[in-house]
Ligand binder design. Structure first.
Ligand code: NAP
Length: 287
């Protein structure tokens, strides 16, 4: 039976430590502040934005929300981003995805100052991640790496197989694993014979967005299984991409959904806001 990687508990510990750091910064007159931009009325986005504002509240990070009509133009969105780039009190800018189809999310990310890019999605942050510089690591991959650290899961020389190649999860996660000396394979919807790849993974990471997609026969005995997926079944239950009950029996470690990667993502976002505040208040920062 696998050890359950308790993301919720680890995230709580991280948030508590961040609160202490945030209190200290405030004593020095530094008030960490996150600005969130949301376009339109996507119900899932509303839930995510609410949990981010709650986490800020808990830690003592100031929070401002910019709710934009779904008819906003790219120029208007970019203008707002520019305004927030220039607003000294704002340390971190988060653009909630998805955006309505007429807007180009990459263009919007490009407009965010890399010094305030707490989601780690700008080309500068991604480039620095690839080249190995100090940067904001996007929150979900960062959260997964923290889980490995907490559970002493060493990636050196391990076969890591990631299913999913999105810019926000699969690709940055692959870079993080590579930086930790793993041998990384990224699979996607065009991968031939997916099972051949997943079956040889020492560490299997699912970031697909399809409920119970990874079945027991796709997993090597003793593998570490990280489930990034968040899916809602027809009866409203929240499940991951991995068939948890069956895979749990053969994996060495496994993350649950809910209570696994999800809470870690928010904790690492908070971590990045605190980091941004420190860097921006440090006159000698080379960040
Ligand atoms: P995405 O952009 O839709 O990417 C999904 C990836 O899965 C794509 O690369 C796609 O391949 C691949 N894929 C789809 N069907 C496949 C198949 N049959 N075989 C192999 N690969 C397949 O999604 P995302 O934004 O990365 O998110 C993935 C999941 O993680 C979602 O459930 C999302 O809600 C969740 N998520 C969770 C957190 C968290 O905090 N826990 C954060 C972010 C996302 P192609 O590239 O070829 O299309």
């Amino acid at each position: 039976m696998a050890t359950i990687i308790k993301g919720k508990a680890l995230a709580k510990k991280i948030r508590e430590n961040l609160k202490v750091e945030c209190d200290k910064l405030k004593e020095e007159g530094i008030k960490p502040r996150l600005a969130v931009i949301m376009v339109g009325n996507n119900p899932a986005s509303k839930v995510y934005v609410k949990s981010k504002s709650k986490a800020c509240d808990e830690i003592g990070i100031e929070y401002e929300e910019h709710l934009l009509d779904e008819t906003i133009t790219q120029q208007e969105l970019n203008d707002l981003i520019q305004k927030l780039n220039n607003k000294e009190e704002v340390n971190g800018i988060l653009l909630q995805s998805p955006l309505p189809q007429h807007l180009d999310i990459n263009q919007a990310f490009k407009a965010i100052s890399y010094r305030k890019d707490v989601d780690g999605f700008t080309p500068s942050s991604v480039g620095k991640l690839v080249m190995g510089g100090d940067t904001f690591i996007s929150c979900t991959p960062y959260g997964v790496m923290k889980m490995f650290e907490e559970y002493n899961i060493d990636l050196t020389g391990k076969e890591v197989v990631i299913i999913g190649r999105s810019n926000i999860v699969g690709k940055p996660l692959a870079q993080c694993c590579l930086a930790n000396n793993a041998t990384v394979t990224i699979c996607h919807s065009r991968t031939k014979d997916l099972k051949t790849h997943t079956k040889r993974a020492d560490i299997l990471i699912a970031a697909i967005g399809k409920a119970n997609f990874v079945t027991k026969d796709m997993v090597k005995e003793g593998a570490v299984v990280i489930d990034v997926g968040i899916n809602r079944t027809e009866d409203g239950k929240l499940v991951g991409d991995v068939e948890f009950e069956k895979v749990e029996k053969i994996a060495s470690y496994i993350t649950p959904v809910p209570g696994g990667v999800g809470p870690m993502t928010i904790a690492m976002l908070m971590n990045n806001v605190i980091k941004a505040s420190k860097e921006q208040s440090n006159k000698n920062s080379t960040f």
